[in-house]
Design a protein around this ligand. Structure first.
Ligand SMILES: Nc1nc2c(ncn2[C@@H]2O[C@H](COP(=O)(O)OP(=O)(O)O[C@H]3O[C@H](CO)[C@@H](O)[C@H](O)[C@@H]3O)[C@@H](O)[C@H]2O)c(=O)[nH]1
Length: 399
């Protein structure tokens, strides 16, 4: 069911007058008859001559970059969004098209926990590609909401695959699953490749393990063109504010402008393979352009501790950090070398019941088969994030 984000009404229930783009949220314009009526049968020729993508998680970081890429490539993009009383479409507002143009991005209310709704959307959109990016994606939160995380991230993937089958698109649609380096968890070899054994360390990782295997199972059982992208951490100025990189870049920006005193973090020694989300969504798309489905690692091939991200982020605003106190304990602090002021403290509330200490991917297969390579370096990523947050903090102060 297509949704107008201002009114919550579907095209059928809306007046024919176009809804405008209003402050505080995004209003989508859906011409009557734009999506196909449920049950419409397209001939294979009609179906395959279209480029129609359906994204779950379109309002997230990856969803917004992927939508930009697909629109540039001439796709019609449909996204599933969850109903919320607060606006959650900030990352895709700039993709809004005037009502007088044919909209290329259409949003539908839906949820990975609602099978009927998924069947209804897929049968009316008849997508040629589906990207399953929706998830409860926060590892720490998954310890508090383990059942919900399992339902959405694990069973949600199954529901989507079954909805494709119910709609008769099993051997038509190409399916991308957002799998994750969290599957490796307690790593048994470094760097990690497509053949490294999995050992997830959180309810999130365990739910994603189910997602990974059900995709592989449906590929083998029903011949579906379904691929797993095992993506290592990927960040950007659009990253959610509770993930460590964005938490750091925002805090550094606000501290540098005198709007915040101190940054509180958990495990400073965890190591991650951090790339830029814009590069990674291109890899997702490339996976679905292959003749054969498969599983691929997307990573930079480098790993850096959280501590280094902190140091580099502060360096962008001209502050050098020196560490004092016992390492790996709550007594450790990061001080400004110039003034001696404590700018970083360790807070055990951010520790996880079980930690993933090291992630370091080997993207050789994706590079060789997909012709994919990350473009943005670690230093460029840190710089882009901090500079964007400095600009954002200045603007917020001004408003
Ligand atoms: N979030 C957060 N993490 C912190 C903090 N202090 C230290 N960390 C450490 O920083 C590391 C990265 O944490 P996140 O940025 O929350 O990301 P993640 O747990 O690695 O998970 C992300 O990447 C996965 C891919 O490997 C994704 O699958 C997952 O959805 C998420 O995007 C973890 O080891 C975490 O313990 C803090 O204050 N907040």
């Amino acid at each position: 069911m297509s949704a107008d984000l201002q009114t919550g009404k579907t095209p059928a229930s809306r007046s024919s007058a176009a809804q405008g783009h209003t402050k505080g949220g995004l209003s989508m314009h859906i011409k009557d008859g734009y999506a196909l009526a449920a049950g419409t049968k397209l001939s294979p020729e009609e179906y395959f001559k279209r480029k129609v993508a359906l994204l779950t998680g379109i309002t997230g970081q990856d969803g917004s970059y992927l939508t930009e890429l697909l629109l540039e490539k001439g796709y019609e993009v449909h996204g599933i969004i969850r109903r919320s009383s607060s606006f959650n479409t900030g990352r895709i507002e700039h993709l809004y098209k005037d009502v007088h143009e044919r909209p290329k991005m259409v949003l539908h209310y839906g949820d990975l926990t609602d099978t009927t709704n998924l069947v209804s959307i897929i049968s009316s959109v008849q997508p040629t590609e589906i990207y399953n990016l929706a998830a409860q994606s926060h590892v720490k939160v998954s310890f508090d909401m383990a059942e919900y995380t399992g339902d959405v991230d694990g069973l949600g993937t199954l529901r989507l695959l079954d909805a494709i089958r119910t709609c008769g698109l099993t051997n038509h649609v190409r399916f991308y699953q957002a799998s994750t380096s969290e599957l490796y968890g307690k790593v048994v070899e470094t760097p990690q490749t497509e053949t490294t054994p999995f050992y997830p360390r959180s309810p999130y990782g365990v739910a994603k393990l189910y997602g990974f295997w059900i995709v592989k199972n449906y590929r083998e059982s029903y011949g579906m063109h379904a691929s797993n992208g095992i993506l290592f951490n990927h960040e950007s100025p659009r990253r959610g504010r509770t993930f460590v990189t964005r938490k750091i870049s925002r805090a550094v920006a606000e501290i540098s402008l005198g709007q915040q005193d101190c940054l509180y973090l958990g495990n400073l020694d965890a190591k991650r393979d951090w790339g830029h989300a814009r590069d990674y969504v291109e890899g997702m798309w490339r996976m679905l352009q292959q003749d054969q489905p498969d599983d691929y690692v997307l990573a930079t091939g480098e790993t850096h501790p959280v501590r280094e991200f902190v140091e580099k982020a502060f360096a962008i605003v001209g502050t050098s950090i020196e560490w004092e106190g016992e390492r790996d304990t709550v007594n450790e602090v990061g001080k400004c070398k110039q003034t001696g002021k404590v700018l970083v403290r360790v807070d055990e509330r951010y520790f996880r019941p079980a930690e993933v200490d090291l992630l370091h991917g080997n993207p050789a297969k994706a590079e060789a088969t997909l012709g994919w390579k990350r473009k943005c370096s670690f230093d460029e990523l840190v710089k882009e994030m901090v500079e964007a947050d400095v600009e954002g903090a200045k603007r917020a102060n001004h408003d």
